[in-house]
Design a protein around this ligand. Structure first.
Ligand SMILES: CC(C)(COP(=O)(O)OP(=O)(O)OC[C@H]1O[C@@H](n2cnc3c(N)ncnc32)[C@H](O)[C@@H]1OP(=O)(O)O)[C@@H](O)C(=O)NCCC(=O)NCCS
Length: 181
């Protein structure tokens, strides 16, 4: 399946390009991001390699992560990325991740991008459950999930065995709840 491309009022969400490696490396190596994200790059060339590898991936393969870029209109500057981890066949349950470059945080971009992506999952892919896992100290991420109407969930109630780090919390949003966002 081809990777999706969406537009919201201020953003474009689409696969990343090799020319984005500079921005990707810059914000992904910022201490405020590294603190809460395990995926990081030692240098720009690793970021370029990551994007290049991704260009050969199919979208929607169970048990894989796919990373999309979040671009600010109209210049199409990469300001963040969003990952989707397909947990089983047909997008029934997916996990999401999201990052916005520190210089662009607190402008509502994460909400706008993730909201758009949830629409795609629930409406186009008939996803039942979206999972968000976050550190209990990550107030921005918890606030974002709350605003999107995710609910705190006990990991044992999920069918998937997540290897949670200490202090990680699990949130879920089901399709039936999403209509109220
Ligand atoms: C989490 C993150 C993606 C939020 O991005 P953002 O674009 O700043 O978020 P938004 O502007 O859309 O704000 C969403 C909500 O979070 C709140 N928020 C944003 N930053 C916050 C902060 N530092 N502290 C507390 N609340 C915060 C906003 O006020 C908003 O809530 P509200 O609408 O109720 O006021 C961003 O902080 C980030 O990339 N952090 C580093 C990477 C990371 O932690 N990713 C998630 C890993 S699980």
């Amino acid at each position: 399946m081809n990777p999706p491309r969406f537009e919201s009022e201020r953003l474009i969400i689409q696969p990343m390009n090799i020319t984005d490696a500079h921005n990707l490396y810059a914000y992904r190596s910022h201490p405020d991001v590294v603190r809460f994200q395990s995926m990081m790059f030692k240098n720009e060339s690793e970021a370029r390699q990551f994007i290049q590898n991704h260009q050969g991936f199919d979208f929607g393969i169970p048990e894989t992560w796919y990373q999309l870029g979040i671009y600010l209109k109209p210049e199409q500057e990469l300001i963040g990325d969003m990952g989707v981890h397909i947990l089983n066949e047909n997008f029934e349950t997916v996990e999401i991740g999201y990052t916005i470059a520190p210089a662009h945080q607190r402008n509502g971009y994460a909400f706008e991008a993730v909201h758009k992506f949830l629409d795609f999952l629930f409406t186009d892919q008939y996803t039942n459950t979206v999972i968000g896992i976050t550190d209990s100290h990550n107030h921005a991420s918890i606030r974002l999930l709350a605003r999107l109407k995710f609910q705190r969930t006990q990991p044992e109630s999920l069918l998937f065995d997540f290897e949670l780090l200490q202090d990680e919390l699990v949130f879920t949003l089901s399709r039936t709840m999403q209509i109220f966002v």
